[in-house]
Ligand binder design. Structure first.
Ligand SMILES: NC(=O)c1ccc[n+]([C@@H]2O[C@H](COP(=O)([O-])OP(=O)(O)OC[C@H]3O[C@@H](n4cnc5c(N)ncnc54)[C@H](OP(=O)(O)O)[C@@H]3O)[C@@H](O)[C@H]2O)c1
Length: 338
């Protein structure tokens, strides 16, 4: 089978297409043919060697987190042949080999059957970067979000920003605010139905939030950018608000004015995908799949690359900062094997 692998840390070119044997399922595992797999900043962090070696498996490694596929050999998994499934779970492409390949052997716990109304591509878009699940768990489990509260989630084109905007709206947010690094992306976002997108090339984050909330600020910040936006994000909190640090697309370091926390009785808290029990994570995933089946929102796909072009896909996500998710396809119609 075609797979993507790297043998040493480095740039995008370290990602090499290789031919590997189709995995032989262990007892209880099903063999799944992957149709779409996903590209995320975490894959980039691991490949670039920016993660402590103790946190990932020894090289070589196959990258790739969540994916979508079809059961081709059910084994004793309890799933019928032909079942379309989402492949989820932690550590793929990090502590174990990931999903940038044509076949994977998985236990049933990692496989969620998909309703007919949810296409493989839409499920992959929901899963890529885990923005929707992250926002759902952060809002419902970490900050006790209530309908009627307001949310700021910077970077509407990113997985966390867009996922948060769509999930917060479903949970009854009064106002959902995001950002775009430039005017073209801000306009694209407004055309896609995201009303409150601050164009950071024209207005500061803090000024934009003040304008959109009549100076009150927001109850919750879900921040996947940090870096230069950190101070404005914390400074945009309303009295009693919560800042949730999720990621650092803009850099791990930034400044903040502690009086924005102290005087507002606000709090700052970190989010990691492994903070929750498997039951809580599974329930969140099922809710999101149900919402997708009901067409409650549309996770935008920016571009689908053939699996063999994974290096280009990763570069596109990191450097072009697209509006929407980046996927890899194994389907020959998309040139999966070139
Ligand atoms: N803790 C967790 O469990 C968890 C879960 C999910 C994600 N994350 C992390 O959260 C962060 C965001 O993830 P994501 O999937 O939303 O990322 P993404 O899809 O790649 O989007 C990141 C966005 O951030 C904006 N940005 C601002 N400054 C940037 C810079 N200097 N370089 C690159 N982008 C910049 C860009 O939008 P503009 O061009 O419009 O500014 C970009 O589109 C990542 O660090 C990711 O690893 C963590």
């Amino acid at each position: 089978m075609l797979a993507i692998q790297y043998r040493e840390h480095g740039g995008y070119d370290a990602l090499r297409p290789v031919e590997l044997p189709v995995p032989v399922p262990e007892h209880g595992q099903a063999l799944v043919r992957i149709t779409f797999t996903t590209v995320s900043p975490l894959d980039d962090t691991v490949r670039a060697g920016r993660m402590a070696p103790s946190l990932h498996k020894p090289l070589p490694i196959i990258p790739g987190g969540a994916a979508v596929g079809v059961v081709v050999e059910p084994g004793a998994s309890g799933l019928a042949e032909g079942t379309r499934v989402a492949i989820t779970g932690q550590g793929r492409g990090m502590t174990t080999d990931g999903t940038w390949r044509e076949y994977v052997a998985e236990y049933a716990e990692a496989l969620t059957p998909l309703p007919a109304r949810v296409s493989d591509r839409r499920m992959a878009a929901l899963s890529a970067g885990a923005g929707h699940a992250t926002a759902y768990l952060a809002l419902t489990e970490l900050v006790g979000f209530r309908a009627g509260q307001s949310v700021l989630a910077p970077a509407i084109g990113g997985a966390v920003g867009m996922g948060a905007a769509q999930v917060a709206a479903q949970l009854g947010a009064s106002t959902v605010i995001s950002t775009a690094g430039g005017t073209a992306k801000a306009e694209r976002a407004r055309a896609a139905g995201f009303d409150n997108v601050i164009d950071l090339s024209r207005e500061s984050l803090r000024d934009g939030v003040a304008r959109l909330t009549d100076g009150r600020g927001v109850d919750v910040v879900l921040d996947g950018v940090a870096g230069p936006l950190l101070e404005g994000a914390v400074g945009s909190l309303a009295h009693g608000g919560s800042y949730v640090g999720i990621g650092y697309a803009g850099g791990t370091r930034g400044t903040l004015d502690v009086t924005d926390l102290i005087w507002k009785h606000a709090r700052a808290i970190g989010y990691m995908f492994d903070m929750f029990s498997p039951e809580v994570t599974r329930a969140a995933r099922q809710t999101l799949i149900d919402w997708l089946a009901e067409d409650r929102f549309d996770p935008v796909v920016a571009r689908v690359f053939p699996l063999a072009q994974a290096a280009r896909a990763q570069r596109h996500l990191m450097e072009d900062r697209p509006f929407g998710r980046v996927l890899l396809s194994t389907d020959d119609d998309n040139g999966g094997r070139l």
